[in-house]
Design a protein around this ligand. Structure first.
Ligand code: SF4
Length: 349
């Protein structure tokens, strides 16, 4: 933490590129405090380049208002808390409380490294049911070892005074008392700052998605120590599980086919229907004749030849290839093997 005699006060901010974290930074910068923002990445977030409002420059706010952004991938540390969160998962596989704790711990390291005085987040009291509650903020701060050092400028007036406020580094009168899910006050404040270009609210990472979470749970059940590549594949295609040691992934469009191919490793078997529009179909894991037959029938089913009784499917194994006949898979076969969260009515059958 910066010495009392430092000339300019500094803070480290958790920054997603969205409205709330941008505003939190601007509120603090307006008090003459230098802010270094840090954006945390994990296996389950959107890719920075995907941010709809800012594809050319991921952080237009930083450029416009003149603060630095550092990127930090949480990598295996994040995967560990997904597998085993101390504070449990949310509705799906999202370990939001542990996630906030981890981010604050990492941010604290940066705070100590650059001699900053405190941390900033764009959290708003009551905005998210799990991690943004009055009783969870102190738990998160304590667990991260940053009690008293986390300023939440958008809701600060509703929360206990922080150390930077006590010390007079930050003027509490210039902070806000926003609460709840309405974003109207933030939008009004954004207009005041001239803040127009920010990422739209994402509603959480992929772990908040029920279907994605279901796939991840399946992966962790059958492979408790998955590689980055296995996790990347979860975003793509339709997934099928013929056995404990094996899964089949079928691309849904050309873009996914290319991505699946780029993620395929040399042990994966690839299939496609010749002469028709075809998905790339990937078999990963222990392969049997039955698995290849199933993969070929799934590949045929999702190809443009799905109405034919029998289809030629090419199978690529390493540098070798062969062609086999397959019948497009029926609905019951798809239903039986697909890794998919079933609707309660379907499960009751
Ligand atoms: S939604 Fe995902 S990234 Fe956001 S706090 Fe929860 S676990 Fe972390």
């Amino acid at each position: 933490m910066a010495g009392e005699g430092s000339l300019r006060r500094k803070a480290v901010a958790l920054f997603s590129g969205g409205l709330d974290s941008s505003l939190a930074i601007l509120i603090v910068m307006r008090q003459g405090i230098e802010v270094t923002a840090v954006t945390f990445l994990n296996h389950f977030g959107c890719n920075i380049g995907d941010r709809s409002s800012c594809s050319a420059n991921p952080f237009p706010t930083a450029e416009k208002f003149g603060f630095k952004v550092k990127l930090c991938h949480l990598s295996d540390k994040f995967l560990e808390i997904v597998k085993n969160p101390k504070f449990g998962h949310g509705k799906n596989m999202n370990p939001c409380i542990d996630c906030r704790i981890l981010m604050l711990k990492e941010a604290k390291e940066m705070m100590d490294m650059i001699g900053a005085d405190f941390l900033i987040t764009g959290e708003v009291l009551g905005q998210r049911p799990m991690s943004q509650r009055r009783d969870t903020f102190p738990v998160i701060d304590r667990e991260a070892g940053v009690e008293g050092y986390v300023l939440r400028p958008l809701s600060a007036k509703l929360l206990k005074k922080t150390i930077p406020e006590e010390k007079g580094i930050v003027n509490r009168d210039l902070l806000y008392d926003f609460r709840g899910r309405s974003r109207k006050p933030q939008m009004a404040l954004a207009r005041e700052f001239g803040l127009t270009d920010y990422a739209s609210p994402a509603g959480g990472c992929l772990l908040t998605d029920p279907n994605y979470s279901y796939r991840l749970k399946d992966l962790l059940t059958h492979n408790p120590d998955p590689g980055f590549n296995d996790i990347e594949l979860l975003r793509l295609g339709r997934h099928f599980r013929p056995s404990h040691e094996c899964k089949i992934i079928v691309g849904r469009n050309r873009e996914e086919n290319l991505q699946i191919l780029s993620l395929a490793d040399r042990n994966d078997i690839r299939l496609k229907v010749e002469g028709f529009g075809s998905p790339i179909t990937l078999i990963r894991g222990k392969v049997t004749h039955e698995t290849i037959n199933l993969a070929a029938s799934l590949c045929a089913r999702y190809s443009d030849a799905r109405y034919l009784p029998s289809v030629d499917v090419t199978v690529f194994v390493g540098d070798k290839r062969f062609t086999m006949k397959a019948h497009p898979a029926s609905d019951p076969v798809i239903e039986r093997y697909r890794i998919e969260k079933k609707h309660p009515e379907a499960m009751a059958v």
